[in-house]
Design a protein around this ligand. Structure first.
Ligand SMILES: [Zn+2]
Ligand SMILES: [Zn+2]
Length: 364
C-alpha cells in the first residue's frame, strides 16, 4: 500500500516516484510516467513555448470522460479522466481535489505540445465560409484548410516566380516564345543527350497558356508551403525537380512517337508528385470540392481520388493536349516517396505526427 512518506507511481503502484530537477514534478523510472503537482504542468507547458507566459491547460480540456482506476498520490482519491483537448481524444488523469495530473509516457509529448495542437485543430476545423465559396465559384479552385507553416516557403515562392517570368517573357514577342518552346520545352526529337537532360528540368518552368500556368501555380502555392515546411527547403527543391523529371519520363514511356515528337511543358508532373506527398503526410488537411453550388471540405485522399479518376478517364479516352501519364506517374511517385519518407517527416515535425494520430478529430 502507498505509504505516507514515499509517493508510489499511480500506474505501476509498487514503484516509488523519484523527484526531478523541479521538486513539483516526479517521475516513475519503471513506466516513465510523470506526476505534476500544483499547477507545475502549466508551468512546464509554458516553458516549452517562448511566446507563452502562462498556460492553463484546465481551461482547454475536453469533456470529463470517466473515473480513472488511479489514485491521486497526494489526496488518495480516484482521479478523473479528461480528454486532453476538445478535438484531441488523448485521456489524461486529473485529481478532482488538488491540481495534480498524471501523464503516461506516450501522453507527455502530446500534452507538452497542446497549445500548438489546439491552434492547429482550430485551423483545421474551420467551416467553409462565404468567401471560400465565392472564390471557388468564380475560379473553380479549391480552398485549403491546413496548419500554418513554421518557415517561410522561399522555394515555393521562387518556383512560382520563375514559372511566371518564363510565361511573361513568352508574351513579349512571338520570337521569344518560339525560342522558349524550342529550347526549354521537352522535345523527344532533341538529339543531344545533354540538352535532353537539361530539358527534363527546364520544361517544368514553361506553360502553354494562362489557365495552365494559373492552375499549376495555385496548387503549388497552397500545398507547396506545407510540404516545404515538412521537408526543409533543399530537400523540397530536390524532390520537386526530380519528380518533374520522372513524370516526363513516364509520359515519354507511354507516348506514341510514331504520330510525331512529344513536346512537353508544365509543372503539372512535379505538382502531381506533391499531391501524393500531401495525401500521405497531411491526412488531416482539407481541400474544398464544389458540386455545382454545393461546397464541401474533402480529405486529401478523396480529393485526389477524384482528381486521379479524371486523369485516368482522360488517358483512356485518348484525349490529347494534356499529359495524363505525366500527372499519374508523378502522383504515383509522390505516393511512394510519401510512404518512404513518412517516418523521417514525422520525426522532424512532431506536430504533423500528432495530427496524423487517430486522436485528432477533424470535422469536414
Ligand atoms: Zn510507473
Ligand atoms: Zn489530489
Amino acid at each position: 500500500m502507498p505509504g505516507i512518506h514515499t509517493k508510489y507511481c499511480p500506474s505501476c503502484t509498487t514503484e516509488g516516484l523519484k523527484p526531478t530537477s523541479n521538486p513539483a514534478i516526479l517521475r516513475c523510472h519503471n513506466c516513465h510516467g510523470v506526476w505534476f503537482e500544483d499547477g507545475s504542468l502549466n508551468h512546464a507547458i509554458a516553458q516549452e513555448y517562448e511566446c507563452i507566459d502562462q498556460y492553463e491547460h484546465e481551461h482547454h480540456l475536453g469533456p470529463a470522460l470517466h473515473t480513472s482506476e488511479r489514485l491521486c498520490i497526494r489526496c488518495h482519491v480516484t482521479m478523473t479522466n479528461y480528454q486532453l483537448l476538445m478535438h484531441y481524444t488523448t485521456e489524461i488523469d486529473c485529481c478532482p481535489d488538488c491540481d495534480g495530473v498524471w501523464l503516461d509516457k506516450h501522453e507527455i509529448d502530446q500534452v507538452m505540445h497542446s497549445p500548438k495542437l489546439q491552434q492547429a485543430l482550430t485551423d483545421l476545423n474551420q467551416k467553409v465560409s462565404w468567401d471560400s465559396w465565392l472564390f471557388q465559384f468564380l475560379t473553380a479552385m479549391p480552398a485549403e484548410y491546413n496548419v500554418s507553416p513554421q518557415r517561410t516557403p522561399w522555394i515555393t515562392r521562387t518556383l512560382v516566380v520563375l514559372c511566371s517570368l518564363v510565361f511573361g517573357a513568352g508574351l513579349l514577342s512571338p520570337e521569344i516564345n518560339e525560342w522558349i518552346f524550342k529550347n526549354l520545352a521537352l522535345n523527344s526529337d532533341t538529339l543531344s543527350p545533354a540538352h535532353f537532360v537539361l530539358q527534363l528540368l527546364t520544361y517544368q518552368f514553361v506553360h502553354g497558356g494562362l489557365a495552365h500556368l494559373a492552375g499549376n501555380m495555385y496548387f503549388l502555392w497552397i500545398i507547396g508551403d506545407n510540404l516545404e515546411d515538412a521537408l526543409g527547403h533543399a530537400a523540397f527543391l530536390a524532390l520537386y525537380l526530380f519528380a518533374g523529371m520522372m513524370a516526363a519520363l513516364a509520359e515519354l514511356l507511354l507516348f506514341d512517337t510514331s504520330q510525331g515528337p512529344l513536346l512537353l511543358v508544365g509543372a503539372s508532373g512535379a505538382i502531381a508528385a506533391l499531391f501524393g506527398l500531401y495525401l500521405v503526410w497531411f491526412r488531416h488537411a482539407s481541400l474544398t470540392f464544389m458540386f455545382i453550388v454545393y461546397q464541401k471540405k474533402l480529405a486529401p485522399h478523396w480529393y485526389f481520388l477524384i482528381w486521379s479518376l479524371i486523369n485516368l478517364a482522360g488517358m483512356f479516352s485518348g484525349q490529347g493536349g494534356v499529359a495524363w501519364a505525366a500527372h499519374l506517374g508523378g502522383f504515383a511517385l509522390g505516393l511512394l516517396l510519401g510512404y518512404l519518407l513518412k517516418s523521417y517527416v514525422y520525426r522532424k515535425n512532431p506536430l504533423i505526427a500528432m495530427l496524423n494520430q487517430p486522436e485528432a478529430m477533424v470535422r469536414r
